[in-house]
Design a protein around this ligand. Sequence first.
Ligand code: IPD
Ligand code: CA
Ligand code: CA
Length: 271
Amino acid sequence: MPSVDPVALRDAAGELALEAGALLRDGFGRNHAPERKSRIDLVTEYDRRSERMLVEGIARRFPTHAVLAEESGGHAPPAGGPALVRWLIDPLDGTTNFAHNYPFFGVSIAAEVAETVVAGAVYDPVREELFAAAHGQGSTLNGRPIRVSEIARLEDALLVTGFPYDVREHPERILPLFKAFLVRAQGVRRDGSAALNLCYLAMGRFDGFWEDDLAPWDVAAGSLIVREAGGSVTGYDGGAFRIDARQILASNGPLHGPMMAVIARSASGEE
Ligand code: IPD
Ligand code: CA
Ligand code: CA
């Protein structure tokens, strides 16, 4: 069986993210007429155009690889046969921001082998920041190594989270934990791109992140970028993280225990 080179996959992910990001930058600020996937979940023409560019770019470079993309679902390898590598694509993470002309969104691309993410890239085309990682090689921002922060106390920490699109139907699933962190951390942000949130954690702008109900394409690249930058990524209970687990707790490491304790208290009904 042919082996894969995580560095080559990371570099390809970075190039593809830059191309799709340029398309998004071009479309940013125009008057979009988004469609609704559900009550508050939007999709624009640019989500679809970016995704088409990425799926075609992967098929051209890697005809033996499979793809799972947010808007169009699973794609078998164009060359046929079983795929050794599966790419996970979020063509526009932060669609609500994009549709409202709020400049915080990105492209997220990851490559997975045997259910392990081995390479990934996330690109913010507004700030021209390209985050990337390959398994065992560390994480970078525009080619320079990055590391998580060293903050160890929640009261000194800047945390970030997000809310799922069915928050109106189940606010009680989200709000107690949000409140529990809000009254303990130095600050809590919600800025609408889980992929960029993870990258900001990886480079020390944020110290911890939690979110419910994320999809594999939201977290695949970002979770590797956090780990390779020295951070921790698990489920809410500290158990092994899976990209399809829907819940994620990510931190700089020292804050992981304190954040798990807040989650456990909140789950048991304490404030
Ligand atoms: C969303 C963003 C947001 C998060 C949502 C995601 P989308 O992705 O990452 O920050 O809170 O849960 O679905 O829909 O903009 O690709
Ligand atoms: Ca997303
Ligand atoms: Ca998206």
